[in-house]
Design a protein around this ligand. Structure first.
Ligand SMILES: [Zn+2]
Length: 281
């Protein structure tokens, strides 16, 4: 018999789990939460951006790019290949920096001085042909972002940057294509975007699996197990199931891996088996 027995006649359903003193869930807090989510729903992409100043490490030109305010965008989920998804904005669109004067471009973590030889290569192969570029003043469309990341990939190739940097740029481009695909309404165009995404996933897979044995960690800000997991999932997307399994087992059997990433790798392994089975049918 609960304290609240006898209230049935007033229409209350017997519930023994009612707690008189609830734990931490006050009406005030609930109201605040609702107010917050109401405020959140009014947030627009442009509210999360500001103009950040840069000086080109190659030609010394000063310019600004739209940049996401630190700590303002909230991650809501990750795709299986670790692509982060944010509420109200796709932060990934704002990572590439393009110098509007000389065409040197890079993802933000790589927009740094280059060696004299690299500078020479970029001047000869990029700047000499470069038509000035106008950086969008408002929010970036996926096409803007893809163009800017392609310029970054170009600079990385011309400067003979690390394999991992090229692979990371391909991965970012694949993710941007996925973002574009998600908001595209045209079925034919969607097919084309998916195709391009898959080609970029292939390039990212090649680059990361190659860089894995040649470069040290952290790689593009990721530790060894994260890159291992990433390569496993990229292989899965390319239907290279045996390779995908080998890489996921590396995580599962690692002495250094924590349970969280091991669990993710176990789930990935199950998914690979499932997809393999479906292919066979
Ligand atoms: Zn420049």
């Amino acid at each position: 018999m609960g304290i609240f027995s006898g209230l049935e006649k007033f229409g209350f359903i017997q519930n023994e789990n009612i707690e008189i003193y609830d734990t931490g869930k006050s009406a005030d807090k609930q109201d605040q939460k609702e107010e917050q989510s109401h405020l959140d729903s009014n947030v627009e992409e442009k509210d999360l951006l500001f103009d950040k100043s840069h000086v080109c490490p190659l030609c010394d030109a000063s310019f600004t790019t739209r940049t996401v305010k630190t700590g303002k965008a909230k991650i809501i989920s990750h795709d299986s290949d670790l692509r982060p998804k944010y509420s109200h904005i796709d932060v990934l669109k704002y990572d590439a920096i393009v110098c509007p004067e000389c065409g040197f471009a890079a993802m933000s973590r790589y927009f740094k001085p280059v060696s004299p030889t690299q500078a020479k290569w970029i001047r000869e192969q990029i700047s000499s042909n470069f038509q000035s570029f106008s950086i969008p003043k408002d929010t970036y469309s996926y096409d803007d972002a893809i163009a800017m990341h392609k310029l970054a990939l170009m600079s990385t190739i011309v400067k003979h940057g690390k394999v991992s940097e090229r692979a990371y740029c391909c991965l970012k481009l694949a993710w941007l294509n996925r973002g574009k695909w998600e908001e595209c309404q045209d079925e034919d165009e969607k097919k084309q975007i998916k195709q391009e995404e898959l080609e970029l996933i292939e390039k990212a897979f090649e680059g990361f699996s190659d860089a894995f044995s040649k470069e040290g960690f952290p790689m593009c800000g990721m530790d060894e197990l994260t890159v291992t997991f990433l390569v496993a999932d990229l292989a899965r997307q390319l239907k290279k199931f045996d390779t995908a399994l080998q890489w996921s087992y590396k995580v599962i059997s690692s002495m250094n891996a924590n349970e969280r990433i091991k669990d993710k790798a176990r789930m990935l392994k199950d998914q690979i088996f499932e997809e393999q089975k479906q292919m066979g049918e």
